[in-house]
Design a protein around this ligand. Structure first.
Ligand SMILES: Cc1ncc(COP(=O)(O)O)c(C=O)c1O
Length: 344
């Protein structure tokens, strides 16, 4: 038995290792075998040379922004995850890092904004309005000296590989589809750039926002079924989007096709939308997305917005918007609950 190798990566909970001689590294904030196994899998998934894991998607983003110095500017797309905006505008601004935003789908605006930016950040599919950005086009426009960061959480590496389209760094909230079961908070950063990896690795163990070995094991388990789950999410989401798009109470429905998330706007006002949500019998109203179970979110009231209401309105983030994470249950179970809740 002693020499047989386990098939599943063991959960290494020892925080310290016995040194063979003084001066070796053997502390699990710096090196942990379960975490290293996860990072190797994450690199394989995103077809990257290097990957690092973090205690959350937010910690992964914070590590990336920690590459900057006072006086630097981050250019962000007009719509990025509200936590990313909050991090830049509340936290990193206090360290003298500026944040400006432009519409990355507008070439002229992007070129102009990029001139004074050391870093630019966007999501391959925006959250919560699900705009699909042309990463390849942006990758071609980007200047060599501006680090291009893409948050690839929504499509996952099953549907999108931003590093192949010109991104320098990819970020993931593993909390969502990659772990996939609403039971772990975790994040990752992937890159092909050895110098950037070296700096990020230093930031990872210096700031210390590493995932626990238990969380790493849960993410590793999630990765085993990622592809089949994503196919099932996509199939159900397509059917749900079709149902919603043809329903008279739905004003507009967006489904980017390469994810399991659908966003839609209820006809009427916020009161009508909240009444619809309260009528759901089975689908829970909940934060986050990407788990096997279907959930619904009312972004206007459930997310902590930094942007003023007029800006949110411009982005169509209004009281009638609903973001739906379509799970992998029997699709009739999902559609039947929506149908009865939409009934007038
Ligand atoms: C696109 C995107 N990026 C990053 C994050 C942050 O991830 P976490 O909640 O794991 O910190 C989120 C969270 O909702 C997200 O939606």
């Amino acid at each position: 038995m002693k020499n047989l190798m386990p098939i599943i990566e063991p959960i290494a909970i020892s925080t310290i290792s016995r040194h063979l001689f003084p001066g070796q590294m053997g502390y699990s904030r710096v090196d942990n075998s379960t975490r290293l196994a996860l990072e190797a899998e994450l690199a394989r998934l995103e077809k990257a040379r290097f990957a690092l894991s973090f205690a959350s998607g937010s910690a992964a983003l914070a590590a990336v922004f920690s590459l900057l110095k006072t006086g630097d500017t981050v250019l962000s797309h007009t719509q990025v995850y509200e936590g990313t905006t909050r991090m830049l505008q509340d936290t990193f601004r206090r360290f003298g890092i500026k944040n400006t935003s432009v519409d990355f789908s507008n070439e002229n605006e992007l070129r102009r904004g990029m001139e004074s930016a050391q870093m630019m950040v966007c999501e391959s599919i925006t959250n919560p309005c699900l705009q699909r950005l042309n990463i390849e086009k942006i990758g071609k426009i980007k200047r060599k000296k501006t680090l291009f960061i893409v948050d690839n959480t929504l499509p996952t590496p099953v549907f999108s590989h931003p590093l192949e389209s010109g991104a320098d760094i990819v970020v993931h909230s593993l909390t969502k589809y990659i772990a996939g079961h609403h039971d772990v908070i975790s994040g990752a950063v992937m890159t092909n750039n050895a110098a950037v990896f070296k700096q990020l690795r230093h930031i990872q163990w210096t700031l210390g926002a590493v995932p626990s070995p238990f969380d790493c094991a849960l993410v590793l388990r999630g990765i085993q079924t990622l592809k089949i789950r994503m196919m099932a999410h996509q199939k159900n989401a397509r059917l749900v989007a079709h149902f919603l798009a043809h329903h008279q109470r739905v004003e507009r429905c967006v489904f980017p096709g390469i994810s399991g998330v659908v966003s839609f706007w209820i006809r009427g006002d916020e009161k009508d939308t909240l009444a619809f949500l309260m009528k759901l019998k089975h689908i829970p109203i909940a934060h986050s997305f990407g788990g096997t179970q279907t959930t619904l979110l009312h972004p206007f009231s459930m997310m902590t917005w930094t942007a003023p209401k007029e800006e949110l309105k411009k982005q169509k983030i209004t009281g009638t918007l609903v973001r739906m994470s379509v799970g992998i249950e029997d699709v009739n179970f999902i559609i039947n609950d929506l149908r009865q809740a939409l009934m007038e």
